[in-house]
Design a protein around this ligand. Structure first.
Ligand SMILES: Nc1ncnc2c1ncn2[C@@H]1O[C@H](COP(=O)(O)OP(=O)(O)OP(=O)(O)O)[C@@H](O)[C@H]1O
Length: 365
């Protein structure tokens, strides 16, 4: 297992990159701690696979260095980095049995046969293929073959890291859930450094200790699911995490007051801003509907099972609120915001508010 340092990594697929837009990865400078499970989450094209391939050694970055436990591995091959990888589609030896497919990476490294047997049997149980161990991989379903690929990634205990690139895409929904829970258990048991690429927020939030949100070639936040929910550092995180995502309203700030058209919203602190223009971010979970507060016109109510989502217009801007199952809309609907859940953004980045810490400590109490 290893700590992974990404030092000022930039990557362009173009031979002569000049402009910022020429870079698939603009600047990644972060540390992945030894033994933690990270999910790289973001929309298609944001650079997740590029970053994963740089960590695995399939790709050499145009700029920057990669360290494993302080040792520079930027110029080393995948094999020399000693990592295991699981890809989106199965990579198995069709002519070998399921058992031998799992034993292969261990025998390759000269592991004693008794240890090979113990590890292979343990892994077969985990991926639920013990009954298939003597079968040739050829002829198995795509689902089963992908489980073998997962097993091969997990069978070795001595790797520096295990990298997963959307590994559950071909797995059916129920099995997806089972395998994700098993991966998490395995992580708790063996403490491997794991990096897991996905564009599915449920997958990222349930698998990882730390979710790495990527947007437009950058890491915009690394945090626990709760941190991403409560205090998105970048407006993209607010928008991308949650269902529906965070509401954003253009405001003019004056001290502790945000002006939205003709309305005023009191803030939990004074934002540290240059100039007055900003965006107020509030999650639909913290927007309350009632008879007091800011007047809104309701456009639609969606019933989504255990709660309802209200869509309304506030000073000409769209706003969503999550309501209880039995909530009713008053004749003259108004909304109010949970003060400690208000975030302020300038140029998409969250701005600290003076005095907010005291307000935050009262949240949810
Ligand atoms: N081999 C390549 N040659 C040129 N451009 C590439 C290559 N691979 C990726 N790109 C570009 O780099 C950017 C980042 O791609 P990358 O595959 O890393 O994103 P991603 O977040 O993994 O997306 P997806 O979820 O669709 O796989 C995209 O604009 C993509 O078109």
């Amino acid at each position: 297992m290893a700590r992974i340092d990404l030092e000022h990594i930039r990557h362009s697929y173009l031979p002569q990159a000049v402009k910022e837009e020429d870079f698939a990865l603009r600047e990644v400078h972060h540390v992945f701690q030894d033994g933690s499970a990270y999910a790289l989450l973001g929309p298609s094209g944001c650079g997740k696979t590029t970053l994963l391939n740089i960590i695995s050694g399939l790709l050499t970055p145009s700029h920057g260095r990669l360290l494993f436990d302080g040792k520079d591995v930027t110029g080393l091959s995948t094999q020399e980095r000693n990592i295991a990888q699981v890809f989106q589609f199965p990579v198995v030896y069709d002519t070998m049995t399921v058992y031998d497919n799992l034993a292969f990476p261990l025998r390759n490294r000269g592991v004693a046969e008794a240890d090979v047997d113990r590890k292979v049997r343990e892994t077969l149980d985990m991926i639920d293929l013990a009954d298939w161990s003597k079968r040739k991989a050829r002829g198995l379903t795509a689902d089963q073959k992908q489980k073998i690929s997962l097993g091969r990634g997990l069978v070795r205990a001595d790797v520096n890291a295990i990298l997963f690139d959307e590994p559950l895409t071909v797995i059916d929904p129920h099995m997806k859930w089972v395998l994700r829970s098993q991966l998490k258990q395995l992580h708790r048991r063996y403490g491997h450094t794991m990096v897991y690429v996905t564009h599915d927020q449920t997958e990222a939030l349930t698998f990882a200790d730390q979710v790495v949100v990527m947007y437009d070639g950058q890491i915009v936040q690394i945090g626990t699911p709760a941190e991403l929910f409560e205090e998105p550092r970048h407006s993209f995180v607010g928008y991308f995490i949650g269902s529906p995502g965070m509401n954003f309203l253009p405001v003019e700030i004056e001290g502790r007051m945000a002006h939205l058209g003709t309305q005023q919203i009191k803030l939990p602190g004074a934002p540290a801003l240059q100039g007055g223009k900003a965006e107020l971010g509030i999650r639909p979970e913290y927007v309350k509907l009632g008879r007091e507060g800011l007047p809104v016109s309701v456009t639609r109510i969606d019933d989504v099972g255990r709660h309802k989502v209200l869509h309304a217009r506030l000073e000409g801007h769209a706003i969503a609120a999550i309501l209880g199952e039995d909530a009713s809309v008053p004749a003259e609907p108004h909304i109010s915001f949970e003060p400690s859940a208000i975030n302020i953004y300038a140029d998409s980045w969250r701005v600290e508010m003076e005095g907010q810490a005291a307000a935050q400590s009262g949240k949810g109490g």
